[in-house]
Design a protein around this ligand. Structure first.
Ligand code: NAD
Ligand code: UGA
Length: 456
């Protein structure tokens, strides 16, 4: 039987937009309304230029928008008219007050809870899609249900999509996680949400738990993923000191099926809007429960990432005779990873800002993220934004590869070398080029976790 549900999602960002587009595609008889307070974002969702770059997203939105997927700024109307409400608003790290720089900032969340309470006229299932501290669902239920004649059931359904592969992750998820209360109404609400996903996700990939486990599992997943990146990045420094090659080590270690071969690419460091914030969120929870040793243990995942980013840019400056002032340096990539326009917490920001403070002249290139980077850096003097990589590298002293866009692996490095000032430097922060071939062209090559290849 076709699934006919009326679903709203509050928050039309990197999660709300793609997730609801996929639900609309997979549940054609359900009506999905995505709302946001940001008029510009909603206008973009209703236009030909979507506010989020994600491979495969355009096609899906074009197929379902105006049929069973709608974007609007009418938040209260969406609350009144829908029985199932996902909430996918941003939950950044708090930058004020108690828990500053560590706890999750729940102000958007709280506003929505009170708004729902104020306008709802019938029972609702409220679903946490945002990543939140453990016990947020419980707190929200207290806000919603205390003294109310309407019943609100709050569930946790964290999102595990990664940017750049969001559509594939949503269509073929490793798992969908749904946390609910063990009460009759909790189980009933859980079954409703299971039905939505079961329209395309096999039952054995839908995991149901209690609400607290679900909330905590999301923080733990991101912490473990980030921990792997920090672990291989720590080993990259050991490789550079000892003559080992980090890609060979990762291959040998990852071949053990107990360890696995994914997420072992050494890099300039991890970025993105979530790893740092979610680890800090977990660390804060540990500190609140006086689990200080555990907090410190996970905090080191972030410390290692800061070290790796700084180590990369320090190496650039040191290798270029400790002075980059007035020298033209080209950055290939500023997105925090390939296939996204997102620059939130990207390592390219620390690299750019450090080189700017050293008075270098920067040329930044990226196929999708340049506008966001321009907005973030404020279009300063001594920074040019040039999309064509050959034009960007022309007359430069060094190229820094900061995002693993496939296009940077496929460039003609001989042609790039010919147009650069000599000695020409190549710092590969993603290990996507062939260091030996580039050294033979004439570059001084610095890869992550490999011996530097320098012409003496
Ligand atoms: P985002 O900043 O791209 O989008 C959030 C949207 O919520 C914004 O458009 C904002 O205007 C809107 N919003 C805020 N307050 C609102 C309100 N009161 N009413 C209506 N709209 C409101 O954030 P995102 O990257 O989509 O992340 C959302 C949540 O999902 C976060 O908790 C994040 O940790 C989690 N998450 C993100 C990803 C990812 O890849 N970005 C993956 C998994 C989980
Ligand atoms: C991550 C998780 O992978 C998602 O499951 C999760 O839903 C999401 O966070 C979230 O909660 O926001 P995302 O940050 O989009 O997704 O991208 P990842 O592929 O995890 O990459 C994160 C960072 O680690 C990137 O900067 C990437 O370049 C870096 N990375 C990743 C490495 O340096 N090496 C690797 O081997 C893997």
């Amino acid at each position: 039987m076709a699934l006919q549900k009326k679903i709203a999602c509050i928050g039309a960002g990197y999660v709300g937009g793609p997730t609801m587009s996929v639900i609309a595609k997979q549940c054609p008889d359900s009506i999905i309304t995505v709302v946001d307070i940001n008029q510009e974002r909603i206008d973009a969702w209703n236009s030909d230029t979507l506010p989020v770059y994600e491979p495969g997203l355009d096609e899906i939105v074009k197929a379902v928008r105006g049929k069973n997927l709608f974007f609007s700024t009418e938040v209260e109307k969406a609350i009144v008219e829908n029985d199932i409400i996902f909430i996918a608003v941003n939950t950044p790290t708090k930058d004020y007050g108690v828990g500053k720089n560590m706890a999750a900032d729940l102000q958007h969340w709280e506003v929505i809870a009170r708004q729902i309470r104020k306008v709802a006229k019938s029972d609702k299932i409220i679903i946490e899609k945002s990543t939140l501290p453990v016990k947020t669902a419980e707190a929200m239920e207290t806000i919603l249900n205390t003294g109310s004649t309407i019943h609100f059931e709050v569930l946790s359904n964290p999102e595990f999509l990664a940017e750049g592969s969001a559509i594939r992750d949503l269509l073929e998820p490793d798992r969908v996680l749904i946390g609910s209360r063990e009460t009759t109404s909790g189980q009933r609400a859980r079954d409703e949400v299971v039905k939505i996903y079961n329209a395309w996700v096999p039952k054995d990939r839908i995991i149901t738990t209690n609400t607290f486990s679900s909330e905590l599992s999301k923080l733990v997943s991101n912490t473990f993923l980030a921990q792997r990146v920090s672990s291989i990045n720590a080993i990259s420094a050991v490789c550079e000191a000892t003559g080992a090659d980090v890609q060979e080590v990762a291959k040998a270690v990852g071949a053990d099926s107990r360890i696995g071969n994914k997420f072992l690419n050494a890099s300039v460091g991890f970025g993105g809007s979530c790893f740092r914030k979610d680890i800090l969120n977990l660390v804060y929870i540990c500190r609140m429960h006086h689990l200080h040793e555990i907090a410190t243990y996970f905090e080191n995942v972030i410390n290692m990432n800061n070290y790796q980013q700084q180590r990369f840019v320090d190496n650039v400056i040191r290798s270029m005779f400790n002075t980059v002032a007035g020298r033209k340096i080209c950055m290939f990539g500023c997105a925090f990873k390939a296939n996204t326009d997102d620059i939130r917490d990207t390592p390219a920001l620390l690299v750019a800002r450090t080189l700017m403070s050293e008075k270098a002249n920067l040329v930044i290139s990226d196929p999708k993220a340049m506008e966001n980077m321009k907005a973030e850096l404020g279009n300063p003097k001594h920074v040019l934004f040039v999309e064509d990589p050959y034009e960007a590298a022309n007359d430069c002293h060094a190229i820094l590869i900061l995002t693993e866009w496939e296009l940077y692996a496929k460039l003609d490095y001989q042609k790039l070398f010919n147009s650069m000032i000599k000695p020409a430097y190549l710092f590969d922060g993603r290990n996507i080029i062939n260091p030996k071939a580039c050294y033979e062209i004439g570059f001084n090559v610095y890869s992550i976790g490999k011996e530097a290849l320098i012409h003496r």
